[in-house]
Design a binder for this molecule. Structure first.
Ligand SMILES: *[C@@H]1O[C@H](CO)[C@@H](O)[C@H](O)[C@H]1NC(C)=O
Ligand SMILES: *[C@@H]1O[C@H](CO)[C@@H](O)[C@H](O)[C@H]1NC(C)=O
Length: 200
C-alpha cells in the first residue's frame, strides 16, 4: 500500500516514471508520520513492496459502494480516535486510510473494512467502545500496488482494481485474489490499489 505517491497516470506508465514516483513518495514520507515500505521492487507497471509490522483501526461496514462505506466507516474511526475508546483518550491516527474490499467472481462485494493507520508511537492502543470497530495488528507483509494521483469516481476505482488483478494474473504472480485494498494517502486523490502477495 501505502505511502507511494504517483505523479503519472497508469496509461503513461513507464519504468522511469515509476522510479521518480517512488522517490517522490519517500520524500513526502520524510516530512510526515508515515508507514513506509522497507523494500521496494519496481520492474513492472506495478510495485512490489514490503510493509513491516503496524497497527490500524478498522470498522466493518456493509454499504453499496466505497464512497458510502468510507463515509460510514471513517466516522466511526474518527470517533475512536477522538476518545471513543476505553481509555477515553485521543489516539493519533495517520494516513493511509482506505478500505479492504472483497471480490467474488471478480465482482466487488457490498462489504468493506474501512481502516486508518495508528501512529507507531502508540504502543498499546486502547480497545474501541464501538463493537463494530477493531484494532488490527498487521504483520510484515508483501503487497503488489499500483498508484494514482487523480480523484476518480467509483466506477474508475473498480476498473483499476480489476485491471491490476488481470495484470497480476497475466504475470503469474502469487497473490490473494479474494480481497484488495484501496489505500488513500491524501485528500488530493493520491491512492494505491493493492493486492496481497501470498506464499512469503
Ligand atoms: C462515538 O462513540 C461513542 C461510544 O461508542 C458513542 O456513544 C457515540 O455516540 C459516538 N458518537 C458519534 C458521533 O458517533
Ligand atoms: C486470502 O485471504 C482470505 C481473506 O483474508 C483468507 O481467508 C484466505 O485464507 C487467503 N488465501 C490465501 C491463499 O492466502
Amino acid at each position: 500500500m501505502l505511502r507511494i505517491f504517483l505523479t503519472v497516470s497508469v496509461l503513461f506508465w513507464n519504468q522511469l516514471a515509476a522510479q521518480n514516483v517512488i522517490e517522490e513518495a519517500l520524500k513526502v514520507c520524510e516530512q510526515t508520520d508515515c508507514l513506509k515500505p522497507t523494500e521496494i521492487i519496481k520492474d513492472k507497471s506495478y510495485i512490489e513492496m514490503k510493509v513491516e509490522f503496524h497497527r490500524r483501526v478498522e470498522a466493518e461496514v456493509h454499504a453499496v459502494n466505497f464512497k458510502s462505506a468510507m463515509e460510514i466507516g471513517l466516522k466511526k474511526l474518527f470517533n475512536y480516535s477522538r476518545c471513543g475508546n476505553v481509555a477515553g483518550t485521543i489516539i493519533p491516527v495517520s494516513s493511509p486510510w482506505g478500505v479492504f474490499g472483497y471480490l467474488e467472481n471478480d465482482k466487488i462485494q457490498q462489504k468493506f473494512r474501512v481502516f486508518v493507520e495508528i501512529v507507531p508511537e502508540v504502543m498499546n492502543p486502547p480497545e474501541p467502545k464501538d463493537p463494530t470497530v477493531k484494532i488490527v495488528k498487521g504483520p510484515p507483509v508483501w503487497y503488489y500496488t499500483r498508484n494514482f494521483d487523480k480523484k476518480v469516481d467509483e466506477k474508475q476505482i473498480e476498473e483499476r482494481v480489476i485491471q491490476l488483478l488481470k495484470d497480476l494474473e497475466q504475470d503469474n504472480q502469487p497473490f490473494n485474489r479474494t480481497f484488495f485494498v484501496i489505500g488513500i494517502s491524501n485528500t488530493h486523490g493520491q491512492m494505491g490499489v493493492v493486492f496481497q502477495k501470498t506464499g512469503e
